[in-house]
Ligand binder design. Structure first.
Ligand SMILES: Cc1ncc(COP(=O)(O)O)c(C=O)c1O
Length: 458
């Protein structure tokens, strides 16, 4: 693929591409790495350098890059049918995938509404929850508001931002947003309610959540949660039992529970879905990222029969869910998703995870003893390492220091690709990573943290 050399490609990129979540003035000042190939957990640039993909290509990759079985399924599908709409037609791949998904997700979720990215999966869940309450009628028709959590991230479309809880990303758009109520984030390391992690925490965050529900239940359509781990907000792990308690409270106050499993679904937590780990079935569930194992844009919003039934009626009753996207149910993306589900089975992927999760835990425990590591948080095959100026006082590095970026730059020199969340180093490798590669990843991360925070690297 030597059509253009690296310098030319960098020039094209600098001249024509506007990158997401990027200060482009900084970007223009550096020579970007140009990725052109992938194999297993590795990415390769146009100069032939190899990088271990420590963030699974923004939390999407499951079985490694360029898995032959998924490649074959995509090629076979492209040669048969590249796209056909779900507006007025069915297609074979989206029908089969919907059946497989319903058989895989927590019991009770039984209808699949397709879209093409995590934000739209969330938008759809919010709109379904709102319209469901409207169709119930009477006092329920007033239920139009949502509960979310501080530090929540559900995507970048306006509805998803309305239920976001990260001021840095979301603050500027406030005038465009609908109202939501933020409950405290279960950020135990920096508990905003003065709780501790010693097992005797009175869980004031849940008490406050219940108070919010009790005060506002008649106006609340639904609550949205990233179960087990708030990812983009800083890899904030929820204490055991939190998700189950949220489910219980939603039931008590007649509030729909929306589980955003866009990042944590498809094996990431060690179970197929995070909700499973707490025996919970949400009313609505948003899936994307790992759905196609990181191959193609596809998303699904799953709903219960109760919600689906509320949209049935005579056409004149206007109960139709008027929402849809051009590429809804794209058969190529569905073929990739089906091949991925097959690989979960044939590779015994879930059964292979506990050994790797144990190794990750062990290596994180070692990292946690470093002078400038304040906290490590792990759920299954994902983790966050929070860097601090001082462990005793938990003083955060000033954001202007860009310490996370410095660590990730250093790791790149060691052949490891990472992307931080502020002062938090994210560990999120493809689930198929083997033990040796995971060792390589953790060794690279730890060395980079040590060199940067202990001053051996500018
Ligand atoms: C929990 C969660 N929800 C939604 C999204 C948005 O997904 P997308 O970037 O595909 O729109 C993300 C993306 O990181 C996410 O982590």
């Amino acid at each position: 693929m030597a059509e253009f050399d690296t310098r030319t490609l960098q020039n094209f990129d600098h001249t024509y591409v506007w990158h997401p979540f990027t200060q482009m003035r900084d970007w223009e000042a550096e020579d970007p790495v140009v990725i052109c190939r992938g194999e297993g957990p590795y990415l390769f640039d146009t100069d032939g350098n190899r990088y271990l993909d420590g963030i699974a290509s923004v939390w999407t990759n499951v079985h490694g890059h360029c898995r032959r079985e998924i490649n074959d399924a995509v090629i076979e599908q492209v040669n048969r049918l590249e796209h056909s709409t779900l507006l007025g037609l069915a297609n074979d791949r989206s029908a089969v995938l919907a059946k497989r998904l319903v058989e895989t997700v927590p019991p009770g979720l039984c209808k699949v509404f397709y879209s093409d990215n995590g934000s739209t999966a969330v938008e759809i869940a919010l709109k379904m929850a709102f319209q469901y309450q409207l169709h119930r009628g009477g006092r329920h028709a007033r239920k139009s508001c949502f509960i979310t959590f501080r530090n929540a991230y559900h995507g970048d479309t306006i509805g998803a931002v309305s239920v976001g809880g990260i001021d840095l990303f979301h603050g500027v758009f406030k005038p465009l947003l609908f109202r939501s109520i933020q409950a405290p984030s279960p950020y135990c390391y920096r508990c905003e309610l003065g709780g501790t992690r010693d097992g005797n925490c009175p869980r004031h965050c849940l008490t406050e959540l219940e108070r919010i529900m009790a005060d506002n239940a008649e106006n609340i359509a639904g609550l949205i949660i990233e179960p087990l781990m708030q990812c983009a907000g800083g890899m904030i792990a929820q204490p055991p039992g939190f998700v189950a308690k949220v489910r219980e409270l939603c039931d008590r106050y007649d509030i729909l529970m929306i589980a955003d499993e866009v990042a944590v679904g498809f094996g990431r937590t060690g179970a197929m879905f995070a909700c499973e780990r707490e025996g919970v079935t949400p009313d609505l569930m948003a899936l994307s990222k790992g759905l196609t194992a990181g191959y193609l844009p596809l998303a699904a919003t799953l709903a219960t029969q109760r919600i689906y039934d509320a949209f049935l009626g005579d056409y004149s009753e206007m109960k139709t869910f008027f929402h849809g996207h051009t590429f809804t149910g794209n058969p190529v993306a569905c073929a990739a998703a089906l091949a991925s589900l097959d690989l979960f089975e044939s590779d015994h992927l879930l059964a292979s995870l506990p050994a790797k999760m144990d190794l990750l835990e062990k290596r994180l425990a070692e990292t946690a003893t470093r002078e400038h590591v304040g906290d490590v948080r792990q759920i299954g095959m994902m983790a966050g390492i929070e860097l601090v100026v001082d462990r005793g006082s938990r003083e955060a590095y000033p954001w202007q220091d860009r310490i996370g970026i410095a660590v990730c730059r250093h790791a790149r020199k060691r052949g490891i690709f990472l992307r931080p969340l502020g002062n938090i180093i994210v560990v999120f490798p493809p689930l198929s990573i083997c033990v040796e590669e995971l060792e390589e990843l953790m060794h690279g991360i730890e060395s980079s943290i040590k060199d940067v925070t202990e001053g051996k690297y500018p």
